[in-house]
Design a protein around this ligand. Structure first.
Ligand code: DAH
Length: 333
């Protein structure tokens, strides 16, 4: 019987060593150590041994055989599990070299680029750059600009109010024009400033409007400033920004803070016109509100949308695209 035990054990060990996967190993274990396996059936034969001592001795040999098979199975299981794990990890590893692209450089946002170029052009014409807050008081946004409370012209700007202080006293600035008032109340003429910045309107986004957009304001206050200075400045700016094939024109219009007021358009080389912004001679009431004597000083002002300029400059159809951050769009510029 002892030979039968040894050969059953050796057969089991041989089968274990051939098992190539954890699953195959489990099957071998079931086959050789299970209830119907050769080692278990040897157990049944113990009963037929003549003496108790023999049963004990043979029972021990059989137990040892089964234990050695079980131990060998555990050892091999650990090994196979490690091999399988490694294979799985190797399979999941990403080959990052596959994703390497030639190095690319990004660029500033189209509006930022236009903003910076506008500053450069105006600094080149002798202007300084000024700034004001995006959250503004009613006084700077409207009243100082010749729009007392409930002046009808206020409805030209769909205003977003900030819940701060007395109702209606605080707004998200609807234009960069309040920076004019901030500059005039803090600086002595002569004044030559541009003020680019973010502005806000209670408007739904569409192809040509955004609720948050950018303007650049210009303000000149000096002795003997005339409408011709305004027209000449707009023309010089147009050529410097867009190129020599472009010209500008002024059309009569109305703004409460300028008198006379005009809108200015840019003529493209193909003869079509682009409406760009508003301008005019600073209203004497505005100068006076800001502590500047309108008898001694005069000035002009203008304001226009930076986003629209960037849109035109790059031939973008829809303003919203400039804010979508779609890399396929951005990469075109
Ligand atoms: N603030 C005006 C707007 O948002 C634009 C504007 C018009 C600015 C005339 C000016 C100006 O400085 O003189 O529509």
């Amino acid at each position: 019987m002892i030979d039968d035990i040894s050969s059953a054990r050796d057969a089991a060990l041989a089968a274990l060593s051939l098992a190539a996967t954890v699953d195959a190993l489990d099957a071998v274990v079931g086959e050789h150590l299970g209830k119907r396996g050769p080692l278990s059936s040897l157990k049944a034969r113990l009963g037929s041994l003549p003496t108790v001592d023999e049963k004990k001795a043979m029972g021990q040999v059989l137990n040892e055989a089964m234990q050695s098979v079980a131990a060998a199975a555990d050892e091999r299981r650990a090994l196979l599990a490690a091999v399988e794990r490694r294979a799985r990890l190797d399979g999941e590893r990403m080959d990052l070299t596959e994703y390497r692209r030639p190095a690319r450089r990004g660029h500033a946002h189209l509006v930022t680029e236009a903003w910076e170029r506008l500053e450069d052009v105006f600094v080149g014409l002798g202007f300084k750059v000024a700034e004001g807050p995006e959250i503004e008081t009613d006084w700077y946004n409207f009243e100082a600009l010749n729009m007392p409370p409930s002046h009808p012209a206020r409805s030209m700007w769909d205003t977003l109010f900030v819940d701060h202080g007395p109702a209606g006293s605080t707004v998200l600035r609807t234009h960069t024009s309040p920076v004019q008032a901030r500059v005039m109340t803090t600086q002595e003429p002569p004044i030559y400033v541009v003020a680019p910045g973010r502005v806000f309107r209670n408007e739904t986004a569409d192809a040509t409007h955004m609720p948050v957009f950018h303007q650049i304001e210009g303000l000149v206050v000096d002795r003997g400033i005339s409408f011709a200075d305004l027209a000449g400045t707009i023309e010089a700016f147009t050529r410097a920004f867009f190129g020599p094939g472009f010209t500008s024109r002024l059309r009569p219009s109305f703004f409460p803070f300028t008198e006379p007021s005009a809108e200015f358009d840019i003529r493209r080389p193909d003869g079509s016109w682009l409406e760009l912004g508003g301008c005019g001679m600073v209203h004497p009431n505005v100068l006076a509100s800001c502590g500047i004597d309108p008898e001694e000083w005069s000035g002009f002002a203008f304001g226009f949308g930076i986003d629209r300029m960037a849109k035109e400059y790059h031939g973008v159809d829809d303003l919203r695209e400039m804010y979508s951050n779609d890399i396929r769009f951005i990469e075109q510029f």
